[in-house]
Each structure stands twice: as structure tokens, then as C-alpha cells.
Design a binder for this molecule. Structure first.
Ligand code: GRG
Length: 297
């Protein structure tokens, strides 16, 4: 299955190319890494993902006047964590999915044990890359800390855990928002934060971009729910309609489709407005924010 293009500007497409090359270089592991494990890691990471999180890292860094070489290790590290979470989320013990990014999921293409290990190995790889390739060491330690917080039990893993345990339960909107803030929003917010940190931005900019990322994260989740409801499997490259079949509470189920769309658009508008002080420097970030609610996959 060939996934459709994602309709971003030429600048974003060439940035995505830069990210792809860097990911591939980092996944050229030596002979001490078993061949099948390396193959599974490369298969999952180098499959056609949108690369939203690494694009956010580099775009935030550019907005702050940073250069790409200093932020690329952080861009790859967030994608490694994201990819591990996708591999594990697809496993039979979690979402039990056969299709991801238009291809068989890692455990379908290889086997369950290999998929678990490929996901496992991507976590330390993320921190290896940050701790070795971000300079100076103090900044590397800060980046490791921020990514560990966003990926850990209070955020990504905690959100996933609450999401799984709330299946078939009638949860309210506040609880739903808390789950998605952590499961989806934290990784988007930390991407922006890492970009700003790598560019040595002042604290107020780091905070502003992180807040922008939180709003964007919620808008992203609402659009993900809407796509799950009415998206086409061929375009999405993953199974659709699964939220309903798994008894999951979603924004369209809680608010209806129209109100969910309105909320996603309002969040993006608020996020975009919060960048007004950055003038034209924020244009690419604004493009990414708008893409998040208009995407078809
Ligand atoms: C296993 C700890 C752990 C967490 C899993 C990734 C995830 C958390 C769940 C997947 C289910 C889901 C719909 C999550 C919400 C949003 C999300 C992370 C969607 C996938 O991200 P995209 O659309 O994917 O950026 P690509 O493939 O383009 O990278």
C-alpha cells in the first residue's frame, strides 16, 4: 500500500528528507546488534510516517534561530520513542493491530518477541543519541530529562495505561482530556521544548512553545478521533473505526462531530495566536499546526 502524500510545503518536505536520512544513519547498527532485531527496528522506524514530532523539533529550533545539526539528534530521539510506542501499542496485549503506516505491524511482519524487543531497543537508542550527540553535556542531560519525563509513567506510558483501563467505561470529558494530554500531547509538547532548548532559546520562549505544543496535542488527538471515525483505511494506512469497536470514549462520541471539529479548530487558532510575538518566524510552525487539523492521515 502506498500512502498518499501529506501536503506540506517544499521546505517541510525537504526537512522531512533530512530527518529520514538521519534516522536511517542512526539505525545502521553494527554486527553486535542481531540482524533480525536491527531489521525490525529499521522496518518500523523507516516506514512512511508523517514525522510530525521531529518536524516540530526542527521547526521550533529554527524559530529560535538554532541550526539543524544541533537539533537533529533530538528530532531523531523523539521519533524513536514515538515508534517504540506505536510498535508496542499494536501488540496483541494492547490494540492488537495488523496494519501500521500502510504495512503489516512489526509483530505481524516479524513475530511478537521481536516486535517487543525492537520497541525496547528504540528507547535506549533515543537516550544514547541524545547523551552522545547533543552538546554541551549539560544540555544533553537536560534533553534526556525532558524526554524521559514525557515518555514515562506520568505522561506517555501513564496516559496509555489510563486509556487501556478506561475502555468500556463512561468517562467524562475532563478525564478524557487528561488521558490525551499525556498519551498524545506530552510527546508533541516535548518535541517543541527540545527544539527550543537545542537552539538555546530564552526560558519564556521554551515555555511559550511548550504551551503551544499542549494545545496542538489536544487538537491532534481530536483530529485523530475524527479520522478514526470517518477516515479511509487505505489513506490512513491503519485500521479505522476501532475506537468504537473497542468501546473507547472519544471526542466525537462525547461532543458530536461538529463540536469536535470546532474545538480542534479553536485550539489551533489559540495555539497560532500565542505565537504572534514571533511574526514571520512562526510561519512554518503555523503551517504544521494547520496541517494537524486538515490532514487526511
Ligand atoms: C505503548 C506506551 C505506549 C503508548 C502508546 C502511540 C500510542 C501510545 C497509541 C497509538 C494510538 C493513538 C491513536 C494514539 C494517539 C495519537 C497518535 C500517537 C497517533 C499516531 O501518531 P501519528 O499520526 O503517526 O503522528 P505516524 O505514523 O505518522 O508517525
Amino acid at each position: 500500500m502506498t500512502l498518499p502524500p501529506t501536503l506540506l510545503s517544499k521546505e517541510m518536505e525537504s526537512t522531512r528528507q533530512l530527518i529520514e536520512e538521519s534516522l536511517s544513519r542512526y539505525l545502521t547498527l553494527d554486527a553486535n546488534s542481531p540482524e533480525r532485531l536491527t531489521e525490525a527496528m529499521r522496518y518500523s522506524v523507516l516506514s512512511p510516517g508523517k514525522r510530525l514530532r521531529p518536524l516540530l523539533v526542527l521547526t521550533a529550533s529554527r524559530l529560535c534561530g538554532g541550526n539543524d545539526d544541533n537539533a537533529l539528534p533530538a528530532a531523531c530521539a523523539v521519533e524513536f520513542i514515538h515508534c517504540y510506542s506505536l510498535i508496542h501499542d499494536d501488540l496483541p496485549a494492547m490494540d492488537d493491530d495488523d496494519l501500521r503506516r500502510g504495512r503489516p505491524t512489526c509483530h505481524r511482519q516479524f513475530d511478537e518477541a521481536t516486535a517487543i524487543l525492537a520497541g525496547d531497543a528504540l528507547i535506549p537508542l533515543a537516550f544514547e543519541v541524545l547523551s552522545r550527540d547533543i552538546q554541551p553535556g549539560e544540555l544533553a542531560a537536560r534533553c534526556c530529562f525532558e524526554l524521559a519525563c514525557a515518555a514515562g509513567a506520568r505522561q506517555l506510558v501513564g496516559g496509555q495505561s489510563d486509556d487501556l483501563s478506561s475502555e468500556n467505561l463512561a468517562i467524562d470529558l475532563e478525564k478524557l482530556e487528561k488521558i490525551h494530554e499525556r498519551k498524545t500531547g506530552a510527546m508533541l509538547a516535548v518535541s517543541l521544548k527540545l527544539g527550543a532548548l537545542c537552539a538555546k532559546a530564552p526560558l519564556e520562549t521554551v515555555v511559550c512553545l511548550e504551551q503551544f505544543g499542549k494545545k496542538l496535542g489536544l487538537a491532534f488527538q481530536i483530529s485523530d478521533d475524527l479520522l478514526d471515525l470517518r477516515g479511509e483505511q487505505d489513506k490512513m494506512g491503519k485500521r479505522v473505526g476501532k475506537d468504537h469497536s473497542q468501546g473507547k470514549m472519544t471526542y466525537p462520541a462525547a461532543l458530536g462531530v461538529e463540536q469536535s471539529e470546532a474545538l480542534a479548530n479553536r485550539l489551533v487558532t489559540e495555539a497560532v495566536d500565542s505565537l504572534s510575538a514571533y511574526d514571520a518566524r512562526a510561519n512554518t510552525l503555523i503551517e504544521l499546526a494547520k496541517f494537524i487539523v486538515s490532514r487526511t492521515r
